[in-house]
Design a binder for this molecule. Structure first.
Ligand code: CU
Length: 141
């Protein structure tokens, strides 16, 4: 009986050991996958999100709201912040769509604000409230 008991114990121990080994291997395996996943996610994000700054004409905080709203209306724009003092609009977007920057400028020009590349239609500019009538380059000459 002693031998049987001993061999049973031995078998049980080796079973427990192999179970622990499997669990350890699984844990390492899983944590490696999780780390790899997180890392690839982070690198993928930092690789595909682009930040650009565009000059956009405007005057006040009403302009700020209008400009940011027009920029955010473009599909794929992650963030848009316009600075009243510097007149610079900072946008974050997925760089897999290269037309994004153009679309933002077109959208903003359409509502009356001249950008680096696009002039707003006169009708849109004239429709802006008086406080929003920034100096236009074309008017200056
Ligand atoms: Cu304004």
């Amino acid at each position: 009986m002693d031998i049987d008991h001993a061999s049973y114990q031995e078998a049980l121990n080796s079973f427990k050991l192999s179970k622990i080994k499997i669990m350890k291997t699984l844990k390492i395996f899983l944590s490696t996958i999780i780390v790899a996943f997180l890392f690839s996610n982070v690198t993928a994000q930092s690789a595909s999100i682009k930040t650009t700054t565009i000059k956009v004409n405007g005057e006040c905080n009403m302009c700020k709201k209008r400009i940011e709203k027009a920029a955010l209306a473009v599909d794929g724009i992650q963030a848009a912040v316009w600075d009243v003092d510097t007149k610079m609009l900072t946008i974050k977007y997925d760089e897999s769509n290269p037309a994004m920057e153009e679309n933002v400028q077109k959208n903003i020009a359409a509502i009356g604000h001249d950008t680096e590349k696009y002039m707003a239609p006169d009708s849109a500019y004239n429709n802006l409230p008086g406080c929003c009538h920034y100096q236009r380059k074309s008017v200056k000459q």
